[in-house]
Structure formats: C-alpha cells, structure tokens
Design a protein around this ligand. Structure first.
Ligand SMILES: [Zn+2]
Length: 279
C-alpha cells in the first residue's frame, strides 16, 4: 500500500477531537495522510466566553479553532462542506434553509463522493448511526458518509467525478457506554455534579461495549489530543463536562479511542488492533 490515508467525516468543529483526536494524531505522526471533512462551521454552538465570539462571528471563529486543532493533531487537510449548523433537535435553527439537515441527500453525497475519489482514503471514519448522542447533524453526516462510501466505489454513480474509489474500511467512532459509567463513578467519588452526564445518558449516548471492534491506546498522543480540544475554546470552556475532573483523570479516560467496523462487516475471528490491520 502506498502512503496510508484516512478520511474523517464529521459535522462540527470539535466533533473530531474527543472520539478520534488521538487516533488521527497517531496515524499522522506515523506518516499517514489524514484529512478531515466538516459539514458545518458550528455556527450555533456554545460561546463559552463572550470575548471569543458573537452569534454572528461564531462560524468564522470555529473555523479557526478547527484549523488550530488540525495543526495540533497533524491533520494535513481540512475541508468544509459549507452548510449551516442545524442546532439541537427541536430548535428554530432546524428550519433554517441553510441548515445541514435540510440539504438534499444527493447534493451532500455528491460532494462527499468527489472528496473520496480525490483523496482516495483507505479508511473512512464517521459517527455511528446515533451520532454519539443524537445530534441531528451527526446523524445526517453518518447517513451521507455511508451512502458516499458505497457510491464512491460505484462506477455508474457520478462518473463525471472521476474514477471509482473503494475505501477498504468504514469505521464508526464509538464511545462505549462503559466510558460514561466509569466517568460518572469517578465524578461521584469526587462529589462532582453529574447532571451533564445524565443528560447525555437521556440522549442515548454511548455505544454497546460488545459492539466495539477496535480500541486504540492513544496515551502517547493524549497531549496532542488535549491541545486539539483546547483549540476549541468556544466549546471547551471552564464549565465543560470534561473540565470537571482533574486534568490527569480526564487524560487517562481519553487515552483510549473506540471504533466499530461498519464495512466490510466484522467477520468472526477478526481481531483488529489497528485501523489498517491486514490492509
Ligand atoms: Zn457536533
């Protein structure tokens, strides 16, 4: 195989950092080409400190935050699809015609097919079907990425976008339910407020542990991951859930990243230890 190549496809600046930041940094350091697609600029995310952004500037600010995170992780290429953040489910932002969730399927899939054929990644990573915790944009980028994974390899689909490209594996980033349990235990031991975790739990956060196909130890890259998270200043403010525990405990929790193999389907006996095993 020539230079190994990974394409990560997410919805908002910061989606990449928590679940995959250590892995992207790990493979970039090992010489892989690592590219990141971001569907929106996270225009309706939080503003942790009014000195950092206003609702009007947040998209621009978050674009810069993502470029900062990409530099920290060694991600060489960042591509924005140019949609607007659709906001949390049930908010007025859902109805904005520019919102990512309102983009026609074929338009987004076409964009992604063009990117996949251009970059020719061996491995593609995106959200699992519930998008981590049910955010509508996360669910949408999951759906479009799965469709594009297949369409990019189909010679009859979008022939005007270049030669077909079959990425060898599609992974979902899959934070296991046990992660949230152990985080909650640690927080309770320290007498910390666990209401943010309870909300995540209500939103169905967490992937079944027995469906995790690959756990990567990224402890050697946890500092790069931490720096990437800290680039996302508007989102990762002083009250962020992951700032409540002591930094050392959070870094330990963040030292493992988890993936489910979506395609080709996991065959019995396949013991993955690496995104590129056997490729
Ligand atoms: Zn997001």
């Amino acid at each position: 195989m020539k230079t190994r190549s990974i394409l990560a496809v997410f919805a908002h600046p910061d989606d990449e950092a928590f679940g995959t930041g250590g892995s992207l940094a790990h493979y970039a350091e090992k010489g892989a080409h690592v590219a990141l697609v971001c569907a929106t600029r996270g225009e309706v995310g939080e503003i942790s400190d009014p000195a950092l952004a206003t609702p009007d500037t947040l998209g621009e600010v978050r674009e810069d935050e993502l470029r900062c995170a990409a530099d920290s992780m060694g991600v060489q290429q960042v591509i924005f699809l140019g949609y607007r953040d659709s906001g949390m489910v049930g908010t007025a932002e859902n109805y904005d015609p520019r919102a990512f969730i309102n983009a026609p399927d074929e338009v987004v899939v076409r964009q992604l097919v063009g990117i996949i054929r251009d970059i020719q990644p061996h491995v593609i990573v995106t959200f699992e079907p519930n998008g981590g915790y049910g955010h509508p944009d996360h669910i949408a980028i999951h759906r479009h990425t799965v469709a594009a994974y297949f369409a990019a390899a189909d010679p009859s689909a979008y022939p005007e976008l270049g030669s077909p490209w079959q990425a060898l594996r599609l992974f979902y980033t899959a934070i296991p339910k046990s992660f949230f349990r152990s985080m909650k235990e640690q927080m309770m031991e320290q007498g910390l407020d666990t209401s943010q975790l309870a909300r995540l739990e209500e939103d169905g956060a967490g992937w079944p542990d027995d469906q995790v196909d690959l756990t990567l130890d990224v402890s050697d890259m946890v500092q790069a991951k931490w720096e990437a998270l800290n680039c996302h200043r508007t989102q990762f403010g002083p009250n962020n859930l992951f700032r409540l525990l002591p930094e050392a405990s959070v870094k330990t929790l963040m030292s493992y990243e988890h993936f489910a193999l979506a395609y080709p389907e996991h065959t019995a006996g396949l013991q993955l230890t690496d995104l590129f095993d056997d490729l």
